[in-house]
Design a protein around this ligand. Structure first.
Ligand code: MG
Length: 257
């Protein structure tokens, strides 16, 4: 296993891909409403990325056809955008998108409510977002990968939710998926030691019910086994001397978690 660490100059360069990835996620998220199809959201994302000189990181990756993954309700990840998937009041939708700028990749995701959602779904979103921030906070030099996973798992399971096992976060750099895998579960003080210069995409996928998954016949989409809703939040973060720094942000990039 080779983890490609980034110099501070390389981390600076990655901020542009991160900025664009965050901007696209925000702008596409603002279009989420009842009646919109996930294909419309995808087309908007691709246009925004290309307008700013980026390349959609997902499009063509392993043959994936979209510039976003759009995963609604019980869909966990990797939903293919489609004209036939039209959002309805009360849905939740995970939008995952990334941009390549100057050869560097940014990757981020957010789960948005469609109109008014049930308190149960809102709680799932709140807890899953908290899982992400808790995991980011643990992404510090000297900690281990198991500390990140444990932190995420503890928040999710305290809320009575299931942590998806089969799909995990990842290292990121010139490639979208680099070593190491970043599980959203684990044991403290175990796994790879985190070092300054590592850049990780931390992305908890949390299910309202069972953690078990059900891959769908298109070869991409993954749903919950029990058809209960799932949420997904992701940011790309650099491990620096000053602590974790989120790269997928429009806010000047400097803010440690
Ligand atoms: Mg990712």
């Amino acid at each position: 296993m080779t983890i490609i660490k980034k110099s501070s100059a390389e981390i600076e360069a990655m901020k542009e891909a991160g900025r664009l990835s965050a901007k696209v996620l925000r702008e596409v998220g603002a279009l989420v409403r009842p009646g919109v199809s996930t294909l419309e959201l995808d087309q908007c994302a691709e246009e925004l990325i290309r307008q700013e000189g980026g390349v959609p990181a997902f499009k063509g990756y392993g043959g994936f056809p979209g510039s976003i993954c759009a995963s609604v309700n019980e869909q966990i990840v990797h939903g293919i955008p489609s004209a036939s998937v039209v959002l309805k009041e009360g849905d939740i939708i995970s939008i995952d998108t990334g941009a390549i700028v100057d050869g560097w990749v940014g990757d981020n995701a957010w789960t948005f409510p469609v109109g008014t959602i049930s308190p149960e779904k809102q709680r799932l979103l709140d807890v899953t977002e908290k899982c992400m921030w808790t995991g980011l906070e643990a992404a510090r030099a000297g900690n281990r990968l198991g500390d990140v996973g444990h932190a995420i798992q503890a928040v999710a399971e305290a809320a009575g939710y299931g942590v998806v096992r089969e799909y995990v976060g990842h290292g990121i750099g010139r490639n979208m998926h680099e070593e190491p895998n970043v599980p959203n579960y684990g044991h403290r003080h175990t796994g790879v030691k985190l070092e300054v210069g590592m850049v990780l995409a931390i992305e908890p996928m949390i299910n309202m019910g069972t953690h078990k998954t059900r891959p769908m016949p298109d070869g991409w989409l993954v749903c919950t086994r029990d058809s209960k809703p799932s949420a997904h939040f992701e940011k790309t973060v650099a491990i620096t001397e000053e602590g974790p720094v989120v790269l997928t942000t429009e806010e000047g990039h400097r803010r440690p978690v």
